[in-house]
Write a protein that binds this ligand. Structure first.
Ligand code: PHE
Length: 436
């Protein structure tokens, strides 16, 4: 265990964790989920979910990782009490990471394709541009080629290790992402639709909020914070020394939320300026935006910036998804990092082919949608619930105080992790499986 690689410094950890959190969930999922659920009323519910459930569980995962210095399976086994095998939660997390990365890599491949197209610029009629997406989807070899490219890139970054690979990549890509986002925000501010977008994002319209909005807000907050499958346990396990876990959790969640909000500020003015519906759905960035990029002045350049931004965000998240599986194999089977990367990378690549071939489906549901549903609607909330229960109920309060401190904020978050988060998650989970 002494040979375990660690983050070079605290900033490295924060950037890597933010890199994991900020991804397709913020830039692709958040804006269309907000659009669908009526704008700012939904954002308020989302913020409540981040504060009441997201931050406490983020804190719990970092604590579990840092204290045990192990992968999710070993870490949960480390806190084992009585006969219930806690390690099962870790196994489920590793499996969930494998499933998510298999389709996440395919979607990241689409981003690569659009980035390449942005170099030429989007042109043609509206139908022609939106058909790019249908064509890509209907061409398995192209999808598989991009999926392969993404998986190989992620594997090559991981080969370098935690400090030289993950931390270095995050230290380069995250500031670039911040810069690109700021440039795009400034651009959107100059658009006519900014006023409507600002109104949409800040004046709550509760009439569009339904029971489903609460589920969607909780699910999205979990997905965007990378919670419930051990990514933050794994990143926490590379921490050592004196680190303020509460502060780190609050910082990571705040930056993640800010970036999701800024992504909305970039996307909605473009949508409103062109009199489109903000609820365009998952196709928003692949079908709607390219059409707009083709029409607006300087759209070519904006498209390049936009797809680079999404690509950087997606790659740093994919890195964390693969790292969970890799740390599991290296810790549990004492095998070398490189072997673990080749084994897990190949396995996930193979699984991803099911999502890359869009005509393959189960009873009419494509594998990509099926995997997303299984992982983000069921496995993440359930994983989060179990993690909160272990952290809240199986670990002595004094040990937590010793590691995390006992300030008022920490105590409030510990209370939330013990009572509020599990309760809310249980309600959401039971609702999701249709029990009430
Ligand atoms: N948080 C990432 C995003 O927002 C997705 C992710 C989920 C990454 C779970 C790691 C673990 O896109």
């Amino acid at each position: 265990m002494s040979s375990r690689d660690h983050w070079g410094n605290k900033l490295g950890f924060i950037l890597a964790a933010v890199g994991s959190a900020v991804g397709l969930g913020n830039i692709w999922k958040f804006p269309y989920v907000v659009g669908k659920n009526g704008g700012s009323a939904f954002i308020l519910i989302y913020l409540a979910c981040i504060i009441l459930v997201g931050i406490p569980i983020l804190m719990a995962e970092i604590y579990i990782g840092k204290k045990s210095q192990l992968n999710p399976v070993g870490a949960l086994r480390f806190f084992q009490k009585g006969k219930i095998p806690f390690s099962l939660i870790g196994y489920a997390g590793v499996l969930c990471g494998i499933i998510i990365l298999s389709y996440y890599s395919v979607i990241t491949g689409w981003i690569c394709h659009y980035l390449m197209l942005s170099f030429r610029g989007f042109s043609g009629t509206e139908t022609e541009i939106s058909e790019i997406f249908s064509h890509l989807n209907a061409t398995p070899w192209l999808n598989i080629a991009w999926h392969t490219f993404v998986m190989v890139t992620v594997m090559l970054i991981l080969v370098k290790g935690v400090r030289q690979g993950i931390e270095k990549a995050s230290k380069i890509l995250m500031p670039l992402l911040g810069l690109l986002l700021l440039v795009l925000v400034c651009y959107s501010m100059t658009l006519e639709g900014m006023k409507d977008a600002w109104h949409f994002l800040t004046y709550p319209d509760f009439s569009k909020v339904t029971g489903g909005s609460f589920l969607e807000a909780l699910g999205t907050s979990f997905f965007t914070l990378s919670l419930g499958m051990g990514a933050m346990i794994t990143y926490g396990s590379y921490l050592k020394g004196d680190v303020n876990i509460t502060k780190s959790a609050v910082q990571i969640a705040s930056i993640d939320t800010l970036i999701a909000f800024l992504a909305g500020i970039v996307i909605f003015p473009i949508v409103f300026t062109n009199n489109l519906e903000p609820s365009a759905g998952p196709g928003l960035i692949f079908k709607t935006l390219p059409v707009l990029f083709s029409k607006m002045p300087g759209g070519h350049f904006v498209a390049l910036l936009f797809f680079s931004l999404v690509l950087f965000a997606a790659i740093t998240s994919a890195i964390s998804l693969l790292e969970v599986a890799v740390s599991f194999v290296t810790d549990e089977y004492k095998c070398s990092r490189i072997k673990a990367i080749i084994f897990m990378g190949t396995l996930i690549w193979l699984l991803g082919i099911f999502s890359a071939v869009s005509s393959w489906n189960v009873a009419g549901t494509p594998f990509l949608d099926l995997f997303d549903k299984i992982a983000s609607c069921y496995m993440l909330p359930l994983g989060g619930l179990c993690t909160a229960l272990v952290f809240g109920w199986a670990i002595k309060t004094e040990s937590k105080y010793k590691e995390i401190g006992s300030s008022a904020v920490t105590k409030t978050l510990l209370f939330a992790a013990k009572y509020v988060s599990p309760l809310l998650l249980l309600v959401v989970f039971l609702k999701e499986i249709g029990l009430f």
